[in-house]
Each structure stands twice: as C-alpha cells, then as structure tokens.
Design a protein. Structure first.
Lengths: 117, 116
C-alpha cells in the first residue's frame, strides 16, 4: 500500500537559515509527488510537484525538492528561511491510474515549521 | 478564478443535529475531494467524485456521513446525526482530473465544525 512518512513533527529554524524537510514514500512504481503548505486557518496550497524528468523541481516561494528513487525520498529545501514560511508542510503521493485509487492523494502527517527571529 | 469555495467557514452545532457542508469547485474541474483534518488523525480523504460520480467512499467513517454531487459546480457533505467526535476541519478540493498533470488538487479554505 502507498504511504508517506514525514519523520519530523516539528522543526524550528532561525530566520535566514537553510531548511530541509524530509519525506519518504512507499509506492511500487514511480509516483506523483507533491509538497503542500498550510498556513494557520487556511487551506493547503501547492508548493511544487514531481511527475517525471528532472529530479530537482522548483516551486513557489523559493522552495525546491529533490526526488531520489534509491532512497524513496522527496525532501523539501529552501536556502534561506523567512519568518513568513512558518506553517505546516505536507508531502503527498498520488497513485498512477489503478482503478478506484487513481484519483487519490496520500498525505503525510505534516511537519510544523517554526521560525525564530 | 475565485478558487474552491466552501460554506460555512465555521459551524457550531449540538450533538444530534444535522450538519450540511457545501463546496463549489473551480469551474472546469471534474474531480472533487472531501477531506477531514484533525490533530489526532491528520488529513484523511473521505470521498471523491469524478464527473459527479462517487469513485471511492471508503474513507467515509460511517453511515452518518453522506456526500452528493448533483452537478459539476456543487457538492455537499452531510452528517446526520452529528457527534462531538465529528469536530474537525473539513476541506473540499478540486482538480482537472485523475491522471497526469491534472493530479494537482486545489483546496478550499475549509469549514471548521464544532459539535457540542
């Protein structure tokens, strides 16, 4: 069965420091992979997505993520964090076209990011 | 585009009452998803529709929950009767379809439901 693991529940970084949020997935084939961000009281907003091709994908707000098939990982990175990046981040995997599950996204539990001034 | 619209944004009701949550997907999207988010269980998919037809409702917790999509621009999630454990934020999301680049889901702002 597909699954997504975000091992870090809560991370605190200083403003201006670099950031890496971890995501590991379990899926039998090459997955669709997504990172979403949720600010307090808001819905989820797509940061970036990977379907195929270049394993380093760029997203909005200066974020990037790298797909590593050998490690079943899709970690999110940002070189310099801003206070406005404080939010919860969700990694998700999508199934490729198998019956009733083809529309489903499996989300990780999320990582809450706090930013110190 | 106005994005996915959900109403109400907040709902407080007493145990045993019927609750109806509403969602208007982005125009042109043919897939619609209902999620529930709680601290304990995280984000859970309840049900999703494609071309107004329910595809997978295996996430619906029990018979008290029902969802409909009478047309491409409207969906409801109903809880009858409601219980305190139903308190959560309910999200609606829509997408262009179920495969390829249409996988991207756009989320509404959510409805915060409190059942007392």
């Amino acid at each position: 069965a597909q699954s997504v693991t975000q091992p870090d529940i809560h991370i605190t970084v200083s403003e201006g420091a670099s950031l890496e949020l971890r995501c590991n997935y379990s899926y039998g084939a090459t997955p669709y992979l997504f990172w979403y961000v949720q600010s307090p009281g808001q819905g989820l907003q797509l940061l970036l997505k990977y379907f195929s091709g270049d394993t380093l994908v760029q997203g909005i707000k200066g974020f990037e993520a790298e797909f590593k098939r050998s490690q079943s990982s899709f970690n999110l990175r940002k070189p310099s964090v801003h206070w406005s990046d404080a939010a919860e981040y969700f990694c998700a995997v999508g199934a490729r076209g198998y019956g009733g599950s083809q529309g489903n996204l499996i989300f990780g539990k999320g990582t809450k990011l706090s930013v110190k001034p | 585009d106005a994005g996915v619209i959900q109403s109400p944004r907040h709902e407080v009701t007493e145990m045993g009452q019927e609750v109806t949550l509403r969602c208007k997907p982005i125009s042109g999207h043919n897939s619609l998803f209902w999620y529930r988010q709680t601290m304990m269980r995280g984000l859970e998919l309840l049900i999703y529709f494609n071309n107004n037809v329910p595809i997978d409702d295996s996430g619906m917790p029990e018979d008290r929950f029902s969802a409909k999509m009478p047309n491409a621009s409207f969906s409801t999630l109903k809880i009858q009767p409601s219980e305190p454990r139903d308190s959560a934020v309910y999200f609606c999301a829509s997408s262009l379809g179920l495969s390829g680049y249409s996988y991207e889901q756009y989320f509404g702002p959510g409805t915060r439901l409190t059942v007392t």
